[in-house]
Ligand binder design. Sequence first.
Ligand SMILES: [Fe+2]
Ligand SMILES: [Fe+2]
Length: 221
Amino acid sequence: MGKINWQMKELPAEKRALMKKMIKEVSEHENSQFDDMEKFMQHGTTTVRKHCINVAHVALFLTTKFGIEVDEEAMIRGCLLHDYFLYDWHDFHIEYLIHGWTHPGLSMRNAIRDFNIGEIEQDVIKHHMFPMTPFLPKTKEGWAIIFADKLCAGGETVGDRVNARREAKKYTGPRALKNVKTTGDTQHSKEEGKNADRIRRHGLGITHIGHGVLRRHRVAV
Ligand SMILES: [Fe+2]
Ligand SMILES: [Fe+2]
């Protein structure tokens, strides 16, 4: 274990370059469905693909900052593929009710099928939901993702709420009418007024104009 770098606030340039290289490698790999993960939402308005990149970034940041020696390429590859399932787990489906427990195993099988990954990557993917799945990782890389995944899940969920609140503020108060975007049959000003009222009353419950709602809409199409 190396020294803790207290000064480090962001990934050094060479590690950012490594991240870029690994994303390109995973995305362009023969049989890769990595880019298809962009079609599905993970937390709030963050897609599964973006979430996996966030987790890889944070895992690399943590191990670098705390001077933990890991196989960086294997850890990043594992992180990029840790949620390598291709469905929207928010949809109602009997199997998705236990998604939290089943997706690590499924993602690992998918990653083995498409990428022929090694033991470290498998450990990272299979154990990333600890303690929800009560099996401990065997590698340092496997421990790093446990923290990185939780941090990202929290950040993405809370960040989304903050953005939604900021968005909702645009539609409240004196500037509400100006900012409300109308759709289809709600073109004239009377309807705009109704929209603004509805938004003012419901606060975060912004219906057809909410950022998240729009994103989900786009995914459903
Ligand atoms: Fe996961
Ligand atoms: Fe995750």
